[in-house]
Design a binder for this molecule. Structure first.
Ligand SMILES: *[C@@H]1O[C@H](CO)[C@@H](O)[C@H](O)[C@H]1NC(C)=O
Length: 312
């Protein structure tokens, strides 16, 4: 059997979201529709940005990258959560549990770094408009995306190396609908106090640090705009409010999940769902429905599609 460093646990038990059949059915519908929305919305953004040359600007290239990551982030947990809804006993193999944790932290880490890159892009556009094109050149854009991936992967690996070597010998109930470091570490049969601290420090302070960095940068941008002319403040605030909404929605659950010392099952589940389901579906909604360029591009794209169909 799968024995990793002498441990005997080969599978973990995940928590079902609900026992009632009616609720299972409702949640199944609810999450299926949302997940479909996540796939369609985010694929749509990526396709629109790739095929419309008007959108080949740093802001939209970063947005398309964010969409891909959103798609990946929710795919780490949501499909499994949906298919687990109706089963009585949610078993996940040791390896899948480890893989799930790893990919949650890669995609979550990259998402955070991309949000920083997008804030930096807006900062440059608004506070240094004359130098925008020279600073945010394609090379810089590529650098930001590659850096986001390197840091995201490093973050995930740095936690993974500790956990993969832990001995698991007895209890295997994760107590959540997905595997994540804080919960799985508690199941190891050694004293994990120090390790829990390492995970809290790593994930918790990355989320908290990134959150405050982003909030400060947005305040800074707004102050700069106001100093130049209060006329533009409302327009800038309009653009930035989309970013700020996403930032709050994504980071508050993260900070709660990793830093809050008294986890409760229902709040944990709620916040995890906000991060895996609500944020990824809201991103496309916020950025496309409220954005004129994006709407124009969609109209253009659909016309092109219609025309090409008439020709063929
Ligand atoms: C993500 O960013 C890179 C670097 O700027 C870019 O080349 C790539 O096209 C972007 N991905 C998408 C899906 O737009």
């Amino acid at each position: 059997m799968d024995q990793v460093n002498g441990s005997v646990v080969t599978e973990f038990v995940l928590l079902g979201l609900t026992q009632s059949l009616g609720m299972q059915f409702l949640l199944f519908l609810f999450f299926s529709v949302l997940y479909l929305g996540i796939i369609l919305g985010n694929v749509f953004i990526v396709v629109t940005v790739i095929f419309d040359s008007h959108l080949h600007t740093p802001m939209y290239v970063l947005l398309a990258n964010l969409s891909l990551i959103d798609l990946a982030l929710s795919s780490t947990t949501v499909p499994r959560m949906i298919s687990d809804l109706f089963s009585d006993c949610q078993i996940i193999s040791f390896h899948n549990c480890m893989l799930q944790m790893f990919f949650i932290h890669v995609t979550g880490g990259v998402e955070m770094l991309l949000l920083i890159a997008m804030a930096y892009d807006r900062y440059t556009a608004i506070c240094k408009p004359l130098h925008y094109l020279t600073i945010m050149n394609p090379k810089m854009c590529m650098f930001l995306v590659v850096a986001a991936w390197i840091i995201g992967v490093t973050h995930a690996v740095s936690q993974f190396v500790f956990v993969i070597n832990l001995p698991f010998c007895g209890p295997n109930n994760v107590g959540s609908f997905y595997c994540d470091f804080p919960r799985v570490i508690k199941l190891a049969c050694i004293d994990t106090y120090k390790l829990e601290f390492v995970v809290t420090a790593n994930s918790g302070f990355i989320s908290m640090g990134t959150f405050f960095l982003l909030i400060i940068s947005y305040i800074f941008i707004l102050i700069t705009v106001q100093r130049h002319s209060s006329k533009y403040l409302s327009k800038a605030f309009f653009t930035l409010s989309a970013h700020i909404t996403v930032v709050f929605l994504f980071f508050l659950p993260c900070m709660f999940l990793y830093i809050w010392p008294f986890p409760t099952k229902s709040l944990d589940t709620f916040f995890a769902i906000v991060d895996f389901v609500v944020t990824p579906v809201l991103n496309p909604a916020i950025y496309t429905l409220r954005n004129r360029d994006m709407k124009v591009a969609m109209t253009r794209l659909s016309q092109q599609l219609l025309n090409s169909r008439e020709v063929t």
